[in-house]
Design a protein around this ligand. Structure first.
Ligand code: ADP
Ligand code: MG
Length: 620
């Protein structure tokens, strides 16, 4: 075996393989160059899926003779000069390898004009630079891509996939650069023609669909050296069953980052339904010195210096989006009044005199405390919380772990400072129970509003938040089982149990090995307790560990586990008496985020009497 020194041509072709893998990479690199040139009109014309020709034309700053001579050479760039510059990159390109790579795997030509005279350079003869008539800006023609590297051509994906990739990449530029015009044509058919917009939102809806507008929450947060802004679709209105329409731009560059994605999902938390994926467009502006964009050939990946701070900043900001938006405008769902019923037709007698009578709206304040509310206060002493009188509760728990749910909850309520409570605390400070309907919902009213509440979703959220709070305070209340449950684990579950035994105890599940393949479950967290089904919940929690990789943070794990607490919540179909409703509402008042259940479904619908009166045309 003898060692050969490769010729420049071959070296170039090998290097080109890293940057120019396919047609969409050509489009990406050339459009990035146009963006860096300051152009606000960028047009891409492709023929035969980019295999015959890709032309990218811009009205940017252009190149003079000397620049044009250097541009297609290896490692030539105007964007960095020295080593330090590598750590403060603010342009799309900087490695100076795109044009040289494209020139080495195609028949290419650049026409460019910076000042008065335009020039042209071709890949066939780099020495022969010609004067040409042209407009200010640059056009790059790429013909017969991979004509001299047949192996690469063979591995291209199907034409349609390549075309889809081109459109995909192009759309990302369109989404970010709202103030530039972009045109994409294939075989003379216009695929994208995006005009200049005054703002990101109009621009985004033009690119991705006008329907989006009503669902978007916009946001902007800033901390030292980092700013995030963008759009998130309300998860109650728009989510997907798989990941799509998730865009992250860091300093104007579309990138992928697991760290940021995880932070966004965590921030959305229980506002998102299980197994659903949110729509978001995030723009992160960050001091270029604390990121490294030079970790991937196509710069799609990015590394952050202070990962933990960035994770927390994004997670908390996203969480704030919900708190802000939901608090100020919590319920947007409206009755469907489009099909108005003719009440007389269906047998109602309407007393027309009543319709005109002005009603006295100055309710006696006690109205909401009287009637059944008073009754409740009387019987409260007698009634024990629904679950604490079940016979398989061991009432001799050690004092730390002892849980008399009713008493504990009452104390907690007294201990907690009011400012920790969420938006319902004041809204529902005086309420009157109207009753349960369909054994699924209950209705309450306040002075100005009527509330329809999903009993299952509401209690789910109570358990969920309660459990997380207890865990955070290292005070998870557990319920010992009077009859400990013995059951089998499969081999995988046995491993998971062994690995996570300590963590499970922290969470409130106390179990021990019992023989070779069995465990005995002695206690579960109160918020998870469900008669006869505790071991099922335990197994579900155990199986969750299978999906956690070792890097996942404890707080992420705990949120996933908390989702399982809903199993023990009141079901649709359970009858509730007024005391039970009252207890539940009191707990809801103390929820931080009461409007959605942990899986993202709404908990409460709300209408003001003013709105109802308008709908009934009592006022116009
Ligand atoms: P990089 O973008 O990493 O600098 P390229 O090989 O893509 O490397 O381009 C080399 C240089 O050619 C750029 O630094 C820039 O100075 C010049 N150039 C390329 N495309 C354009 C364009 N469309 N308009 C003006 N200058 C350009
Ligand atoms: Mg470039």
């Amino acid at each position: 075996m003898s060692i050969n020194i490769l010729t420049d041509d071959i070296i170039n072709q090998i290097a080109a393989g890293e940057v120019i893998e396919n047609q969409s990479a050509v489009v990406k690199e050339l459009v990035e160059n146009s963006i860096d040139s300051g152009a606000d009109l960028i047009e891409v014309f492709i023929k035969n899926f980019g295999l015959d020709e890709i032309l990218v034309r811009d009205n940017g700053m252009g190149m003079d003779f000397e620049d044009l001579r250097k541009a297609p050479l290896k490692h030539t760039t105007s964007k960095i000069k020295n080593f330090e510059d590598l750590y403060s990159i603010s342009t799309m390109g900087f490695r100076g390898e795109a044009l040289s790579s494209i020139f080495s795997v195609s028949l290419a030509k650049i026409i460019s004009k910076k000042d008065k005279v335009g020039y042209q350079i071709c890949s066939e003869n780099l020495e022969d630079i010609q004067k040409v008539h042209t407009n200010k800006g640059t056009s790059v023609f790429v013909q017969n891509l991979f004509y001299n590297t047949p192996a690469r051509k063979k591995y291209l994906k199907s034409n349609n996939i390549e075309l889809k990739n081109i459109v995909d990449i192009f759309m990302k530029f369109c989404i970010f650069y709202f103030d530039r015009k972009f045109v994409l044509k294939h075989n003379n058919k216009i695929l994208i023609n995006k005009p200049i917009f005054a703002n990101l939102k109009d621009n985004l809806c033009y690119v991705l669909g006008e329907d989006l507008k009503k669902d978007l929450l916009d946001f902007e947060f800033e901390t030292l050296g980092i700013k995030i802004s963008g759009f998130l679709a309300k998860p109650s209105n728009l989510t997907y069953s798989y990941k799509k329409n998730q865009y992250l731009f860091v300093n104007g560059r579309y990138v992928k980052s697991k760290l940021i994605n995880d932070a966004i999902y965590d921030g959305i938390g229980s506002n998102l339904m299980h197994n659903r994926h949110p729509f978001f467009v995030f723009f992160l502006e960050i001091d270029p010195e604390i990121i490294d964009v030079n970790v991937h050939p196509s710069k799609i990946e990015i590394r952050f210096e202070n990962e933990k701070e960035i994770f927390n900043f994004i997670k908390n900001s996203v969480n704030d989006i919900f708190l802000k938006n939901e608090t100020s405008k919590p319920f947007e769902i409206d009755f469907d009044f489009s099909k108005e019923l003719n009440l007389e037709q269906i047998g109602f007698k309407i007393n027309r005199n009543n319709l005109n009578k002005k009603e006295n709206k100055n309710y006696n304040k006690n109205y909401f405390l009287e009637d059944n509310q008073k009754e409740l206060e009387v019987c409260e002493n007698k009634v024990v919380y629904q679950k604490s009188n079940k016979d398989d509760f061991n009432l001799n728990l050690n004092s730390n772990q002892y849980c008399d749910i009713l008493e504990d909850k009452k104390q907690e309520i007294k201990e907690e400072k009011e400012e920790n409570f969420g938006p319902l605390f004041n809204i529902l400070s005086n309420f009157k129970i109207i009753g349960q309907i369909h054994k699924t919902y209950f209705i309450i009213e306040t002075q100005n509003e009527i509330f329809l509440i999903d009993q299952h979703a509401a209690e789910e959220k109570v358990f969920y938040e309660n459990f997380l709070k207890e865990f955070e305070n290292k005070k998870v209340k557990i319920q010992n089982l009077l009859k400990p449950k013995i059951f089998n684990l499969n081999p995988k579950q046995l491993i998971l149990f062994e690995e996570n035994k300590d963590f499970l105890e922290k969470v409130g599940f106390f179990a021990e090995f019992f023989g070779n393949s069995q465990v005995i479950l002695r206690a579960v967290p109160c918020d998870f307790y469900e008669k006869d089904l505790n071991y099922n919940i335990f197994l579900e929690v155990l199986d969750e560990f299978d999906y956690f990789n070792s890097k996942i943070l404890e707080e992420q794990k705990i949120e996933k586990i908390a989702l399982k607490s809903c199993k023990s919540a009141i079901k649709a179909g359970d009858e509730l008496n007024n005391l039970e409703i009252k207890n539940l509402v009191e707990k809801m008042r103390r929820l931080k985020e009461p409007f959605n259940c942990p899986h993202g479904r709404p908990v409460i619908l709300r209408w003001s009497f003013y709105d109802l009166e308008k709908k009934f045309k009592r006022i116009v």
